[in-house]
Ligand binder design. Structure first.
Ligand code: PRT
Ligand code: ZN
Length: 211
């Protein structure tokens, strides 16, 4: 029996996910044009997917475990338990405004328009702060929105902050800190749990060796 693991096909988490497996002594190759691959020396089958689809695959149990950013996991609101934080893919989901705007508190956003690819997390933040604002969902180039008059603010992922800076924006409030996590399907059988345990044992050893 093979444990089925979903990882990102290409993008910011792909290389680090493959490297983690390799550091664990598990021989899997980068996806190339393949959508799945089987490890040579560990009972593991890897599915290469869009990161957005990984929470659903794990909720359904089509993949038994997955590697995904917390930002995506929480946005999708799927049932998939975090079993280990992996320490890569670190970023934050933040509110940013035009650099000339005085922000002060979240109440700045009252009645305003916010562009984001994370409508669920943005709405949660607004609710928690009892703010009424319009969410404009876009799937990419969110940082462009204020400059072209599409929105007053953005809620987007930030790592170095240079993309915000280049677009005349200023990060004013972090609403979520995120990193890549290993998630697991709710109800795995004993045999699969045993393999998950072996994998976790190796992952933790790799993490310890790095510290
Ligand atoms: O194709 P697929 O849907 O799988 O990939 P994707 O395009 O949706 O995601 P991808 O590969 O861009 O990111 C995958 C995951 O990496 C994210 O969900 C985060 O968990 C994590 N991550 C870490 C980041 C960043 N850092 C990051 N900086 N994801 C995106 N960014 C973007 C951000 O959106 C902004 O446009 O990078 C830009 C900002 O970077 P800085 O350094 O200029 O601040
Ligand atoms: Zn994506």
């Amino acid at each position: 029996m093979n444990l089925k693991l979903a990882i990102q096909k290409s993008g910011r988490l792909h290389e680090d996910s493959i490297k983690l497996l390799n550091d664990c002594g598990i021989a899997v190759k980068s996806s190339g044009s393949h959508l799945r691959t089987v490890a040579d020396n560990f009972p593991l089958e890897v599915y290469f997917l869009r990161d957005d689809d990984i929470p659903q695959y794990v909720e359904d149990g089509v993949a038994h475990i997955g590697i995904v950013g917390e930002n995506v996991l929480y946005e999708k609101e799927k049932k998939a338990a975090i079993i280990e934080a992996l320490g890569f893919g670190k970023c934050r989901l933040s509110i940013a405004v035009k650099k000339t705007d005085e922000y002060g508190t979240a109440h700045f956003l009252q009645g305003k328009k916010i562009a984001t690819s994370y409508p669920v997390l943005t709405q949660k933040f607004l609710n928690e702060n009892k703010i009424d604002a319009e969410i404009h969902e876009i799937s990419g180039s969110v940082e462009l929105a204020p400059g072209i008059g599409l929105a007053d603010a953005v809620c987007d992922l930030v790592s170095s902050g240079s993309t915000l800076f280049m677009n005349g924006l200023r990060e004013v409030q972090t609403i979520l800190k995120s990193q890549a996590v290993l998630v697991q399907h709710d109800s795995l059988g004993e045999d699969l749990l045993k393999i998950v345990g072996q994998l976790l044992f190796r992952i933790r050893a790799v993490k310890r060796a790095k510290n």
